[in-house]
Design a protein around this ligand. Structure first.
Ligand SMILES: [Zn+2]
Length: 430
């Protein structure tokens, strides 16, 4: 019976922690994701996630290596004459770093990655020290001081009081009264700080919706691992490198380095992308009000499956981004259609580019590159939201692309004899 009469007062607090109602196929996916989101991995601090990725890749790969800058390579060997496919997802997530400790014990910090001040303000934080995690709060102004009880104008939150301090004016309170007390807790300048929000299902879990810090790009790494599971025990023609790449959030650094090392024939990256969000925005028929981000600004929607990105050119601060290789994208779409994989096309994303934008510049003559994207709400906040089903569809498409790629695959830019017909790079012609 589903009526208001079903309401019951819950007096037993144990009943407030029910098990998630995940569909069975998502239970192990959630567990795998949790292994990765549990690890703090601010750019430059990817040691923990590198170790975890090695453990996740090992049973699924022919070999696993970590290079000197922290990129983790899980290799599946293909036919000797097959192409090399490089699949990066970044292992870091946005976070913060301790800049210095004030004499009165407060922690000054700075953002590592694109976190605007309003997203760090008023958040619980975890400082990763050599003695373990230390908990703090990014202090806010008192709520009481901002509340106006109406008055003659009936304003409850006067606009002039709604101000978010700049990052340099924000500070973390760890309960220390002096610098020495903070030092005694193990806090030192240069330590990483992460949002204190662990992986959690939304609602009762039945929708596959989840929330956590750093789903960008643990959700992409999850897709790589799940794709490897699908490919387990199967012969493949291409040789595949699934790569957890470092320092994406501060300029696509690790993936570019790995691209030089691998000199691959083609690159298919996986990353999060910003999704429309807010009331009435789902499926594009309305205007988001709170928080506003509409399909006029972004074209992806959580729950719509994997997005195949055509372009993510951003013009702010100079030209950056990637125009995806059309030959590879065409094939991805055909594979998705043939295998009934839920997909959509991201026409152009103005704000978010990813590792393949760096990989395209690597290798002699460059590397044809594309990006698969997982829609994400509230990106770079403490409460990023994704749908596990989207990650599963991404893994299915990546695996199907790899599995169906044979020696007939044509990477030619145009269909004329003068164009290189891949997939092997034909350097001898030049
Ligand atoms: Zn990302």
């Amino acid at each position: 019976m589903n009526s208001m009469n079903d309401w019951r007062m819950i007096e037993d607090p144990r009943k407030m922690q029910p098990a998630p109602k995940f569909p069975p196929e998502l239970q192990s996916v959630f567990a795998t994701l949790k292994r990765m989101t549990d690890v703090p991995s601010t750019p430059g601090f990817e040691q923990g996630i590198a170790k975890e990725l090695v453990q996740l890749f090992k049973p699924l790969c022919d070999s696993v290596h970590v290079d000197h800058t922290g990129n983790v390579y899980g290799k599946r060997r293909g036919a000797p004459d097959g192409p090399i496919i490089y699949c990066p997802a970044h292992s870091d997530s946005v976070g913060f770093i301790v800049e210095h400790i004030e004499p009165d014990g407060y922690i000054r910090f700075y953002n590592m990655g694109m976190i605007p001040p309003f997203l760090s303000y008023g958040q619980r934080m975890r400082i990763i020290t050599h003695q373990g995690a230390v908990y703090g709060v990014n202090a806010s102004q008192p709520g009481h001081s901002h509340f106006n009880f109406g008055g003659v104008e009936g304003k409850y939150y006067p606009e002039e009081l709604i101000i978010t301090p700049n990052m340099n004016d924000q500070f973390i309170d760890v309960g220390a009264k002096t610098r020495d007390e903070a030092l005694a807790m193990g806090i030192r300048p240069g330590q990483q700080i992460v949002y204190d929000t662990d992986l959690q299902w939304l609602g009762d879990g039945s929708t596959g919706m989840i929330t956590c810090r750093g789903l960008d790009d643990k959700i992409g790494l999850l897709a790589l691992v799940e794709a490897l599971k699908i490919l387990q025990g199967k012969d493949i023609y291409p040789t595949v490198y699934m790569v957890g790449a470092t320092q994406e959030e501060i300029g696509l650094r690790g993936a570019g380095n790995a691209g030089i090392l691998l000199d691959a024939d083609l690159c298919v990256g996986v990353d999060g992308t910003i999704s429309e969000q807010g009331p009435q925005t789902n499926n594009g028929d309305g205007v988001g009000t709170s928080p506003n981000c509409t399909l006029a600004e972004v074209c992806t929607s959580v729950g719509n499956g994997v997005y195949i990105s055509v372009s993510d050119l951003a013009w702010g601060g100079g030209m950056a981004g990637l125009v995806g290789n059309q030959r590879i994208n065409e094939r991805l779409i055909k594979v998705a259609q043939a295998q009934g994989i839920k997909y959509a096309v991201e026409g152009n994303m103005q704000y978010v580019t990813s590792d393949p934008a760096a990989v395209q510049h690597t290798g002699a003559g460059g590397t044809p590159s594309v990006t698969l994207k997982v829609p994400t709400r509230y990106t770079h906040s403490s409460i990023e939201v994704c749908n596990l089903y989207d990650a599963v569809e991404t893994a299915k498409l990546l695996a199907a692309f790899i599995e169906t790629l044979d020696d007939q695959f044509n990477l030619a830019f145009v269909d004329i004899p003068e164009a290189d017909h891949g997939p092997r790079k034909n350097r001898a012609r030049y």
